[in-house]
Design a binder for this molecule. Structure first.
Ligand SMILES: Nc1ncnc2c1ncn2[C@@H]1O[C@H](COP(=O)(O)OP(=O)(O)OP(=O)(O)O)[C@@H](O)[C@H]1O
Length: 250
């Protein structure tokens, strides 16, 4: 488990202020969602948190350790699953361990031990093209998980999936995160998805190209226990949170 702290992050591109003084904390073991409209700067913040780019000011800390601009400190998964088509599922998934110097056979064994939990039983020797979108997403999530069990940063991980698969994946992801005590920050522009997954939702608002830099305008805390999330969307409480979030989004 690891706590993430983003402190006073600002980013401008070519004189356009995109992010203005963004601060947020994801407590250890929580799932947080970063919610905002298209073009507001979610990917820009994702890159800063992942250490792939440096902010103009501000910092990123993992468990109190400054990781600003330092890639490879936490697991991240991009919107597209990006499995390598010429590698089998087990070789794709065990890649982070191999890159870290674990012998290939041992890396495969470690990965395969988690295949059942990640809903991938029987797929080890299949090719990515032979799997459904949901399965590929699970494989990509397992690969991220093997990179770092403590903290996962996910950019719209379920956006390419149909509604049924998405609902299944939400339930499954909550279960896996609970079992492993994973802390996660999930980027999404889908309000319902944020409400179904998050312990807290950070709502971003802004239109940088129109001269309005993006800020975090509010945090919505969702106290619904994970075990009750599957039916949460049918409750009055869900609608009340949704109203609050939509009001924040404007
Ligand atoms: N490298 C760059 N150079 C110049 N401008 C950039 C760069 N990267 C992003 N921007 C601008 O920053 C703003 C935020 O972009 P970003 O991709 O972070 O938004 P987003 O919220 O992730 O959007 P979407 O949900 O559509 O992916 C946009 O106005 C974009 O044009």
């Amino acid at each position: 488990m690891a706590q993430l702290e983003v402190g006073h992050v600002s980013v401008a591109f070519d004189g356009v202020q995109v992010l203005d003084d963004i601060s947020l904390t994801v407590p250890a073991g929580h799932i947080a969602c970063l919610l905002g409209p298209s073009g507001c700067g979610k990917t820009t913040l994702f890159h800063v948190v992942a250490g792939l780019s440096l902010p103009d000011s501000g910092s990123v800390e993992l468990d109190g350790r400054d990781i600003t601009g330092a890639p490879g400190q936490l697991a991240y998964m991009l919107q597209k699953d990006l499995l390598l088509p010429e590698k089998t599922i087990v070789d794709n998934v065990s890649l982070p361990l191999v890159l870290r110097g674990v012998p290939r056979a041992q890396a495969r064994e470690q990965a395969i031990a988690l295949f059942d939990t990640f809903g991938l039983a029987g797929t080890a020797d299949r090719w990515p093209s032979e799997l459904s979108g949901g399965m590929r997403q699970r494989a990509a999530l397992l690969r991220s998980y093997l990179f770092s069990q403590d903290f996962m940063l996910l950019d719209e991980p379920f956006s390419a999936l149909d509604a049924f698969t998405k609902a299944d994946m939400h339930a499954w992801f909550l279960d896996v995160a609970e079992r492993f005590g994973t802390t996660a920050l999930v980027v999404t522009h889908d309000v319902d998805e944020a409400l179904e997954l998050a312990d807290e939702i950070f709502v971003m608002r802004g239109a940088p190209q129109a001269g309005r830099p993006t800020r975090i305008v509010g945090t919505e805390r969702i106290p619904c226990p994970r075990a009750e999330r599957a039916s949460f969307a049918l409750t009055e409480e869900f609608l009340e949170h949704k109203r609050q979030v939509l009001a924040l989004l404007g």
